[in-house]
Design a binder for this molecule. Structure first.
Ligand SMILES: [Ca+2]
Ligand SMILES: [Ca+2]
Length: 277
């Protein structure tokens, strides 16, 4: 009897091994049959990842696009000409002509004339003037970021993208070091004037300043600006000691969604920087 049971166990084991072998063979066969489909799906996936990313809004956008170009001419600190067309550097806004930082930003870019640069598109292709909106790289240099790091531009975004945070930090570092456009005013009144309120809701936009010192402050020749360089307003008033002054706007200057205020003294040095939201 004992022998019989042993034999039975032996046959059971044989049968199990055979089953496993058949199962393994089936699996291999199935795998071989599915292999071309798997390879096809893998390639398709790679193409999808290379060409598209999902924007935080949930919208699928063509997000990664890199092109090689030749830098042929520098228009100003944030605009260059290339063989592919005029390019507006994304994420930055450099000073206008005759303003501190204008020449420095321009000559920084001029060192790359005749060089092969890399242009990267993220969300937007062109602005309303038909300029290509691009991030610009030369070898390991990220030019948009370098300009911010040197304090030669303020951060300016059309649409937030994967580089926005990096660029904002570069700007913040330069600001904390008082570099370039962030150089602080040495005027005595620069520590007297405070921003009480900025009302960005139009109609009726206004900016309310206060002179907290016990002497009058003459703001003649000082300038106030939002993120767009073309909106500069020259001031011509005195704020008496311990008084407020409300600067009213008729047009729509202060963007409701977010903007920045730059108050500079007559020599262009920074008095107040305020960004919202
Ligand atoms: Ca507004
Ligand atoms: Ca604005």
């Amino acid at each position: 009897m004992r022998r019989w049971f042993l034999n039975l166990d032996f046959y059971k084991e044989e049968a199990n091994e055979l089953k496993i072998a058949i199962f393994k063979d089936d699996y291999a066969l199935l795998f071989m049959k599915l292999l071309p489909i798997l390879i096809f799906l893998l390639i398709l996936n790679t193409f999808i990842l290379a060409g598209f990313l999902v924007h935080p809004t949930g919208k699928v956008v063509q997000d990664v696009k890199i092109e090689y170009a030749n830098l042929t001419n520098v228009v100003d600190g944030d605009t260059i000409d290339t063989n592919l067309g005029r390019v507006r550097l994304l994420g930055i806004n450099t000073p206008e002509k005759k303003h501190a930082g204008y020449e420095e930003a321009k000559s920084f870019l001029e060192q790359f004339i005749g060089k092969e640069i890399i242009l990267e598109k993220t969300i937007d292709d062109k602005d309303k003037y038909g300029r290509l909106l691009r991030y610009v790289f030369f070898q390991d240099k990220f030019l948009n970021k370098e300009i911010l790091s040197k304090g030669l531009a303020h951060f300016y975004s059309y649409n937030e993208d994967k580089y926005s945070q990096k660029l904002k930090s570069a700007e913040e570092k330069a600001r904390n070091l008082n570099l370039g456009i962030w150089e602080k005013s040495k005027e005595i009144c620069s520590s007297c004037i405070i921003l009480v309120k900025l009302n960005e809701i139009d109609p009726g936009e206004f900016v309310l300043f206060k002179n907290k010192c016990n002497f009058n402050c003459d703001l003649t020749g000082w300038t106030i600006n939002d993120d767009s360089s073309s909106h500069e307003k020259k001031l011509n008033f005195i704020i008496p000691q311990h008084s407020q002054y409300q600067l009213n706007y008729t047009g729509s200057i202060w963007n409701d969604a977010g903007d920045s205020l730059y108050l500079r003294d007559a020599s262009g040095l920074m008095v107040i920087f305020f960004r919202y939201p």
